[in-house]
Design a protein. Structure first.
Length: 443
């Protein structure tokens, strides 16, 4: 199967796009061609001046929380978890988990996201994987692992539905890994996902380091998200979070840490020297008043950076355009320096940077041999025009509404602003009904 995308602009590197044709063959970009090149292809798409970007790679999201958007606003992180998110997640069932993930995948694809790293809840993670498989998105997912029951008073008691022993947590994760790692032709992969140090035993964390090496899968967890949380970890485990994970042997290219706001120079050097990845979530950190990650310092130090949106109840959307814009503006604002974190830098974090921290060497760029994971954007929209086509226009003026089409593995999963094989209205109706059932379970 060959697909030719013609009469458009391609963002292949640099601030401005180039006018080229793009040929997709067997799920990969096979050639970038001069304008007007005649190619025999089964499908020819006339872009009519629109632009093609590499698909965004979202490196931290909780699809199981999409169903609870708008129900956990104006709370600090620990209260947000204790009084809202944990009770909500504990009330999930198979259908609600599936529909929540389905809605999230649809929102991501419609916003130009082609790959995602998903931390699901303790139960029913397989139903999120099912939604990922059906929608066509590429992704890494895992069940949250929470085996440490002596949680701090600030977090309250852990919901009964979350309770699992270390052995149960490992067995359930390994079962999911055996079923899903490499599923859908390699499009879906598994990762071990301890929720955080405060809810995970040292025994489990140490074992995950060994298993990650044995099976070659990622470990993804939250770290250094707020000052109060970081102080609790230091009091309980004797070290700051990154130093503690480093002592346990978890740091390295197979570790991806969400947030990393509270990091000192030694932490930053550990991240850099080990190649540990960071998924920054600027909007969620702002909404929860957690703080501002030192992205410019980490970037300058050579830390591998990417972007995520976190959960829908703490953002409250899964919009990578906003994440890029806020990642740039926050670094400029705190330093009173408009040259910090330019558009090219944050765009690279949202595409190539995300692919690399997820271990995908063949995604995140428009180049021959790379996977055909891409999005088509209309830069003539009223919120962008008459700006010239550029990454600056996308980062500072763009939004999901500019995305007209999204392709994963050479297959259109969002076409002409619709989903080829999903009835979007039916999904919304089902979701509204199921969320009421889930909420009714909460005391």
């Amino acid at each position: 199967m060959k697909t030719l995308l013609k009469n458009g602009f391609l963002f292949t590197g640099g601030l401005e796009p180039v006018r080229q044709e793009l040929l997709v063959e067997d799920g990969r970009i096979s050639a970038l061609l001069p304008p007007g090149t005649v190619v025999e292809a089964q499908e020819v798409c006339d872009l009519q001046g629109r632009a093609v970007i590499p698909g965004f790679v979202q490196t931290h999201v909780h699809l199981c929380q999409v169903l609870f958007r708008g129900r956990a606003d104006d709370l600090a992180l620990l209260d947000w978890l204790r009084t809202r998110i944990w009770p909500y997640e504990a009330a999930h069932d198979e259908e609600s988990t599936y529909l929540s993930a389905l809605l999230g995948c649809m929102e991501l694809l419609a916003g130009g996201v082609t790959s995602v790293c998903v931390m699901e809840s303790v139960r029913y993670a397989a139903f999120a994987a099912q939604a990922m498989e059906e929608t066509g998105i590429r992704g890494v997912f895992g069940k949250a692992m929470m085996d440490y029951t002596d949680t701090p008073a600030a977090l309250g008691g852990m919901p009964e539905a979350f309770l699992e022993t270390t052995e149960q947590s490992l067995e359930r994760s390994l079962a999911l890994m055996r079923r899903w790692h490499g599923a859908a032709g390699g499009r879906i992969r598994y990762a071990f996902m301890p929720r955080g140090i405060l809810t995970t035993s040292e025994e489990l964390l140490g074992e995950l380091g060994r298993l990650s090496g044995e099976y070659g899968v990622l470990v993804h967890t939250h770290a250094c998200e707020t000052e109060p949380e970081s102080r609790l970890v230091e009091r309980r485990r004797g070290l700051t979070e990154i130093k503690y994970l480093h002592r346990l042997g978890l740091t390295g290219e197979k570790l991806l840490l969400a947030h990393c706001l509270c990091v000192d120079d030694e932490d930053m050097e550990i991240l850099r020297s080990t190649g540990t990845g960071v998924a920054s979530c600027p909007l969620a950190n702002l909404k929860l008043a957690s703080g501002i990650a030192p992205l410019q310092r980490m970037h300058d130090a050579g830390v591998r950076l990417s972007l995520g949106s976190d959960g829908a109840p703490c953002n409250n959307n899964l919009d990578m355009f906003q994440e890029m814009k806020y990642a740039a503006l926050l670094q400029k604002g705190v330093a009173h320096d408009p040259t910090r974190m330019p558009a090219e830098t944050v765009f690279r974090m949202a595409t190539e940077g995300g692919a690399r921290v997820l271990g995908m060497e063949d995604a995140g760029l428009l180049a021959p041999g790379m996977r055909a994971d891409l999005a088509v954007v209309d830069l003539d929209r009223r919120e962008i025009a008459p700006a010239p086509p550029s990454l600056s226009a996308l980062v500072y003026s763009g939004n999901p509404g500019v995305v007209t089409d999204t392709m994963v593995d050479g297959r259109w999963v969002y076409r002409n602003r619709t989903f080829p094989w999903i009835d979007e209205q039916t999904v919304r109706v089902r979701a509204r009904a199921v969320v009421e059932r889930v909420l009714a379970r909460i005391p």
